[in-house]
Design a protein around this ligand. Structure first.
Ligand SMILES: Cc1cc2nc3c(=O)[nH]c(=O)nc-3n(C[C@H](O)[C@H](O)[C@H](O)COP(=O)(O)OP(=O)(O)OC[C@H]3O[C@@H](n4cnc5c(N)ncnc54)[C@H](O)[C@@H]3O)c2cc1C
Length: 338
């Protein structure tokens, strides 16, 4: 065993030599020697003396593509399609993951899901969550400091990474990230004469969706859904895409646009307005404010989690209604008139 002090002197000697040599090639050369010295100097690990088994490149390619295309095949028709993997969409997916018989497809245009929930306000770390949404943190076993009316998690990324890990581990949930929803599938609503129902989404790789102006004829893909949760967040290049499209299709009256900041008004209003805004499509999270004109709330996230939770249960109720064949309800008629 080589003592740490002598290891340091060996390392330092190499740095001096490398500095003297002054080229990239000479800096790279000693790294071939280092792992052996380090392995002797530190505690034993399960990887000491390991060797990788040989593989073929094509095997790796097939391992990925076969699974991805199987997923695409299985999710061409889905029970619940969630558009937008921010705090509201992830909360909805988490709640639905408790129902293994319900297939959930989550579409996120970014490579990294999580939306605005990786940080608190103004890029600060802490995430503030109004009670009673702290119960959600209890369920996820995320520690927090209790500030009375709200709780604080030391880093928003702890909440989002924990939530994401639970959602991704659920066998009934599939995330397609780097995939954007470009449009809605709308079909006649069989329950209401002359009515229309959202029946799925039109998707594309986000990088393709962003390049329609540079190339023509880049047709999209489609996913049929029994019910959709739209949680695409604030208005923006892709945000609030669900409500904006519904308005253009005449399936909702208007997009009122998010109201000014008022924390007390905003959170309750978002939760109360989490509903099926047109047949087949439930609105959750900050997209609700774009539809209803609710105030913005600033960096407090309680309403986002509760909104996602409620959206999940509205979706489950709708699936149940469809299963029972009892679609021609007063609720459906009311929604068709919105
Ligand atoms: C720094 C910071 C400042 C904030 N300031 C405010 C504020 O001033 N007011 C306020 O109310 N809240 C604010 N918040 C809070 C936060 O933005 C929201 O409360 C919360 O993130 C909204 O959650 P959401 O799930 O509705 O939307 P988001 O977190 O925005 O998630 C929406 C997700 O949908 C995805 N998406 C969008 N369109 C599509 C599409 N067409 N296809 C596929 N995926 C799509 C997005 O990529 C995103 O991941 C702030 C947050 C941060 C981090």
């Amino acid at each position: 065993m080589i003592a740490i002090s002598s290891l340091n002197s060996i390392t330092n000697a190499k740095v001096v030599l490398n500095k003297a040599a002054g080229s990239r090639a000479s800096i790279a050369r000693p790294s071939r020697v280092m792992p052996k010295v380090q392995a002797q100097a530190f505690h034993a690990t399960p990887y000491d003396g390991f060797t990788f088994e040989p593989i073929r490149e094509a095997e790796i390619s097939r391992a990925m593509t076969s699974r991805y295309f199987k997923d695409l095949d299985q999710h061409a028709e889905t029970d619940v399609l969630i558009v937008g993997g921010g705090s509201a969409g992830l909360a909805a997916a988490y709640e639905l993951s408790k129902h293994p018989d319900v297939q959930v497809t989550l579409i996120e245009q970014n490579v990294a899901p999580g939306g605005g929930a990786w940080l608190g306000g103004q890029l600060f770390s802490a995430m503030c969550i109004r009670k009673p949404a702290h119960k959600f943190l209890d369920e996820l076993e995320i520690p927090y400091e209790d500030e009375g009316a709200f709780v604080v998690v030391r880093h928003a990324a702890l909440v989002t990474s924990t939530l994401l890990s639970k959602v991704l581990a659920a066998p009934n949930v599939k995330l397609f990230n780097a995939t954007a929803v470009e449009d809605l599938i709308v079909k006649p609503d069989e329950t209401v004469p002359g009515g229309k129902r959202v029946a799925g989404a039109v998707t594309n790789w986000t990088l393709v969706a962003l390049n329609h102006s540079t190339q023509s004829c880049m047709d999209p893909n489609v996913i049929e859904s029994k019910v959709m949760i739209s949680s695409t967040g604030h208005d923006g290049p892709m945000g609030a895409s669900g409500v904006k499209r519904l308005a253009r299709l005449g399936m909702i009256d208007s997009v009122k646009g998010m109201g000014a900041l008022n924390m007390n008004e905003a959170e309750g209003s978002i939760v109360q307005n989490t509903k099926m805004v047109a047949p087949g499509i439930i609105m959750a999270g900050m997209e609700v404010s774009e539809w209803s004109g609710s105030n913005r709330m600033g960096p407090t996230f309680g309403a986002m989690f509760i909104s996602g939770f409620i959206a999940a249960h509205l979706a489950l109720n709708d699936l149940e209604t469809q299963k029972n064949g009892n679609k021609n309800t007063d609720e459906a008629k009311e929604m068709a008139q919105v």
